[in-house]
Design a protein around this ligand. Structure first.
Ligand SMILES: Cc1cc2nc3c(=O)[nH]c(=O)nc-3n(C[C@H](O)[C@H](O)[C@H](O)COP(=O)(O)OP(=O)(O)OC[C@H]3O[C@@H](n4cnc5c(N)ncnc54)[C@H](O)[C@@H]3O)c2cc1C
Length: 447
């Protein structure tokens, strides 16, 4: 995070570059908005046997529509069904992977809007930097955008892929990377660009960002979609030695990590993956986490349908093949790899060639200056605190505090942290912006 002073000192002269919409973040939450807004890719309801089977009354209500679904009156729709659930039902009727022509959606050309996406990383968000061999928790089709079924992508690029099976990071990133060119929105995406300040501007928003060469550029817009994800600021342990060369803040593969003895610090899914994979690659692993054994085992037990959790459960079951220290805290790390630990008042040291930190991140809302404070709520999954979400209008996912600001994906109140649960917000956000711009009129609803 950059301080206010840095931002002011480096502010460039000249007019900011104007775009009607700025999307900050090119992950699974931000990227589809570029296709729908900049690419003018509008969803329409199309009769589908699966939608009729699973959601008969919804199918009957939508069958009479003669306009894009973006022209729905979402205030009235939201009184019946959450917009995110409406689009999810049409995209995945019955939770199944379907080819596009069998879903309840078809996409037709609409009016393209001046929308620019700015992101620190290539599109695909955090998937660019997760471990190379990581498998998803969800079937592949849960990770896809409604307008581009992952099975269609696989067929187009000649890959063999089962949309109902878990998908590996490499395929998933390639899928996301293919989207800009496939939908003609490459020029609507700028990266690497680091947005460090968002403040009120004459047209709505003034956004300051830094390019890779350090130059600062300013943008003005009427709307901002803030889709920066849960990891925009990586968490820190806040202990002496945390920045030593022996400490790795990013785990990729066992081959890329030198040394035999590895201490993995974490307790979430990323750390679980790293500890398991390193153990199976023949490393001597100590897995250290703050949480208690019971809470870790709850996650493991409920995830045993995933092959890598079945393996972790096997490794941690007594007599454990993988050493784990629960309720433990790292207090200090020394340059030679000595790690000072504490667990219920007991202090001891371990020695490791490498210390891998997989301790997650937080959402950074401090970029907003000069606006009313955002109302935030705490979001928990079944196991732990996930992130602070922004309180939004139910029909549009627009912040109740900052008009024109839309938290992307699961940064909006009540949205779950999986792509399948967040993707539907794309269309409600796009609809709200297109309707505010007068390009569409909210003319129809569900009876
Ligand atoms: C290890 C792991 C495994 C997961 N597994 C699954 C799974 O199997 N299935 C599933 O559905 N979900 C899974 N998730 C949830 C995950 O959050 C989503 O899959 C998804 O990547 C979230 O999308 P996003 O666009 O909200 O955020 P991200 O993917 O994090 O993308 C946000 C983007 O915004 C950029 N950004 C942040 N701040 C700025 C800034 N100031 N300026 C410019 N750009 C910025 C970031 O660099 C990043 O590229 C997993 C998450 C993790 C961490």
């Amino acid at each position: 995070m950059h301080s206010t002073l840095d931002a002011r000192d480096t502010r460039p002269a000249g007019e900011p570059e104007f775009h009607t919409v700025l999307v900050v973040g090119g992950g699974p939450a931000g990227l589809p908005l570029a296709a729908v807004l900049a690419g003018g890719l509008w969803p329409w309801y199309r009769r589908s046997a699966a939608v009729e089977h699973f959601y008969g009354p919804l199918a009957a209500a939508l069958a009479g529509g003669t306009e894009t679904l973006l022209a729905l009156d979402f205030r009235r729709v939201a009184a019946r069904v959450r917009p995110v659930d409406l689009f999810n039902a049409l995209h995945h009727p019955g939770g199944k992977a379907l080819p596009l022509h069998e879903t309840g959606l078809e996409f037709r050309p609409g009016t393209a809007l001046d929308c620019l996406l700015l992101s620190r990383e290539p599109v695909g968000g955090l998937w660019n930097f997760v471990p190379s061999n990581l498998l998803t928790l969800s079937p592949a089709h849960w990770m896809e955008f409604a307008f581009y079924p992952i099975a269609q992508w696989a067929a187009e690029c000649g890959r063999s892929l089962d949309p109902d099976a878990l998908i590996g990071k490499r395929d998933l990133v390639d899928y996301y990377h293919s989207v800009p060119a496939r939908f003609g929105v490459t020029s609507a995406i700028q990266q690497p660009v680091d947005v460090f300040r968002i403040e009120p501007g004459p047209l709505g928003f003034l956004v300051s960002a830094r390019r890779a060469d350090g130059t600062v550029v300013q943008y003005a817009s009427r709307y901002v979609v803030y889709a920066v994800g849960q990891r925009c600021t990586l968490r820190r342990l806040g202990i002496p030695g945390e920045d030593l060369p022996v400490v790795e803040r990013h785990y990729d593969t066992p081959e890329a990590l030198p040394g035999d003895r590895v201490l993995v610090v974490g307790g979430g899914r990323s750390a679980d993956w790293a500890a398991t994979e390193l153990h199976d690659a023949g490393r001597d692993v100590l897995y250290v986490m703050r949480q208690q054994e019971g809470s870790h085992w709850r996650l493991i037990r409920e995830s045993l349908h995933l092959p890598y959790y079945a393996r972790l459960g096997e490794l941690l079951q007594p007599p454990a093949k993988l050493r784990a220290a629960y309720g433990a805290h790292v207090r200090r790390i020394e340059p030679d790899g000595t790690v000072h630990l504490e667990q219920s008042g007991r202090r001891w040291t371990e020695w490791a060639d490498r210390v891998v930190l997989e301790i997650g991140g937080t959402v950074d809302y401090d970029l907003f200056h000069g606006f009313p404070p955002l109302t935030l709520v705490e979001k928990y999954d079944r196991y732990r605190f996930q992130c602070h979400q922004v309180v939004t209008h139910a029909h549009s996912y627009e912040s109740v505090d900052i008009p024109g600001m839309y938290p992307g994906g699961y940064l909006a109140q009540g949205i779950n942290n999986v792509v399948v649960s967040m993707h539907g917000t794309t269309y409600a956000i796009a609809a709200d912006i297109l309707q505010k711009e007068g390009i569409l009129t909210p003319r129809w609803s569900l009876p």
